[in-house]
Design a binder for this molecule. Sequence first.
Ligand code: ADP
Ligand code: MG
Length: 354
Amino acid sequence: MNFGETMKFFDREKEINKILSIIEGEPNLIYFIYGPINSGKTALINEIINNRLDKDKYIVFYFDLREIFISKYDDFIEVLFEEYEDDKSPIEVIKAIINDLPSLYGIPIPKNTLNEIFKKKTTKNVFRYITNVLMEIKKEGKQPIIIIDELQKIGDLKINGFLIYELFNYFVSLTKHKHLCHVFCISSDSLFIERVYNEAMLEDRVDYILVDDFDKETALKFMDFLIKENNVSLTNENKELIYSYVGGKPVLIIKVIDKLRYENLNDVLDFMLKDATQKLKYFLEDVKEEDEELYKKVVDTLKIFKENYEVEDITIPKKIREFLVKRNILFLNPIEGTLKPQSFLIWNAIKRIL
Ligand SMILES: Nc1ncnc2c1ncn2[C@@H]1O[C@H](COP(=O)(O)OP(=O)(O)O)[C@@H](O)[C@H]1O
Ligand SMILES: [Mg+2]
């Protein structure tokens, strides 16, 4: 099974080694992988699953909630399980799968069992079934790993109380209590991470791994890497110029270098900045129309970033901060207590407009 796209993966050795070291140890904590939008969290985890993990030792269950519409219990159950028609027992099915697939999109379940789970609208049966599967995998000499990408999508979902709390409880039991399964949760939503960070139930049961945009040195190396792949050439000044426009966000660097095959650099960068500027302008216009008072505060806040790329979070009033984070203008790092534009492009747009 192939997870990521066919693109070549670059660097992230530090993050990869950290995650591999965690996986080699006994499951003990729930790990939250967080960072700005498009910083490369999903790409990183896919690289680990596909190319870095010893496939004889681990079984990965990877659930990507990004493109899935989840509004009720049944939707969530459908994401979790992969149904089997045959009348083999779950254990037989699992044994067969374990030995030829290292990573799976769903937890194998016979159709009858799944139907029963659908009928009983409680998570208790779901979690009990999953635990049995995980124990079976352990018995076969392999370590299970659960990864949920874009977990915040079920953040507000209610079943019997909030699903997310039931899930966290379950993950605590899998890690801290039973040491049965590694659990990684990925999210780009920094307000969600902030909620997790302040959640008493998770105190001392969680750790955080930041996957940020590349720093400058790495971004320049990433350009060299892409130049070779794409057969284009760039001077050092060109590279500096690209960095000054788009910063270390991998997806934007890829976009610039790809466009160089048929456009010149200044046009590419001008266009991208114009686009970001227009979007910010229209965003501000909408805010102004909705709420003049809020608009003034938003403008005052954004002006702070003309001189600074990153500020301490509490220097900006909570309501404004959360508004701008929710609208993806700013990225909040609740663990470091910092706030910065979601990308250099937005930063440059702020500098241009305000
Ligand atoms: N280390 C990397 N090497 C090569 N390409 C990368 C890398 N990290 C990210 N990318 C590119 O950036 C895109 C966006 O990254 P993604 O992992 O989807 O971001 P996130 O999950 O953090 O929102 C990927 O599809 C990939 O093309
Ligand atoms: Mg992602």
